[in-house]
Design a protein around this ligand. Structure first.
Ligand code: GLY
Length: 252
């Protein structure tokens, strides 16, 4: 069974980091309800969910994706780029330890899991405000024995690489070509987001379906026209914290 690690929303969610959008009040109760529905959607997609307790003083800690990335052989615990987020990693490391050997990156490396896109033996890391070239070099060294090749991808106008593109299946990417140097991805098939929905490139394929936000109906239609089955969730309150579907879980 697929395992998904999630974390309940912090009571200080309204103090989240924001980089590319303006602050709007987040309705905490609605955000919690949307997050609970996200967890139900993961369960409906045959995931066993380990839900970590809320971290009272870590506003962004619901976005567990940024704390680690998981490969078949090992998991790497990240060193998040925002100082407010660095303490988020230890409880996730504890939750992952029974499932994978854990490797770590060290200062001066910083990397958010949202910048890490794994496509077979190729790992792409966004050159964002959160993830630096020291991290790319360390990750390349850590993963060389396992046969992975790591590339650094230039970004524009977005928080993470997975704001600009995500995997739909092993050969296909959902992509906003305006936000990343897409020349790295020529060997894949692309589905471009609808131009009116710039935030629509973040999707989460799980067990034959695509977990996808309700906010982007035009891009959703495109995905369905390509034959993908969508499981849609409303994450509009989490989007006010620059969160999306991949950010809220670690899929083991
Ligand atoms: N608010 C999500 C992040 O900035 O990491």
């Amino acid at each position: 069974m697929t395992l998904a690690i999630t974390r309940k929303i912090s009571p200080r969610f309204n103090e989240c980091e924001l980089t590319h959008i303006s602050r709007e009040p987040i309705n905490l109760n609605l955000a919690r309800q949307q997050h609970a529905n996200y967890v139900l959607a993961l369960q409906a997609l045959s995931c066993e969910v380990i839900e970590l307790p809320a971290e009272k003083d870590l506003p962004d800690s619901v976005f567990v994706e940024d704390t680690a990335f998981i490969l078949p052989e090992i998991a790497i615990i990240t060193r998040p780029g925002a100082d407010s987020r660095k303490p988020e990693i230890e409880s996730v490391a504890q939750a992952l330890a029974p499932h994978r050997k854990l490797l770590r990156v060290h200062a001066p490396a910083t990397v958010d899991g949202g910048d890490v896109l794994i496509l077979g033996k190729n790992i792409f890391i966004g050159n964002s405000t959160r993830s630096n070239s020291a991290a790319v070099n360390q990750i390349q060294e850590l993963l060389k024995p396992y046969g992975y090749v790591v590339a650094h991808v230039e970004l524009r106008d977005c928080l993470h690489l997975k704001s600009a593109l995500t995997k739909v299946d092993d050969q296909t990417l959902l992509i906003n070509p305006n936000w990343a140097d897409v020349s790295h991805f020529k060997q894949f098939d692309w589905i471009e987001i609808d131009a009116a929905e710039p935030y629509a490139a973040n999707c989460l394929p799980i067990n034959g379906q695509i977990l996808y936000p309700t906010d982007f109906p035009k891009t959703a239609q495109k995905l369905e026209a390509h034959g993908y089955k969508l499981k849609q969730v409303d994450l509009s309150e989490l989007a006010k914290a620059e969160g999306a579907v991949t950010c809220c879980s670690l899929i083991v």
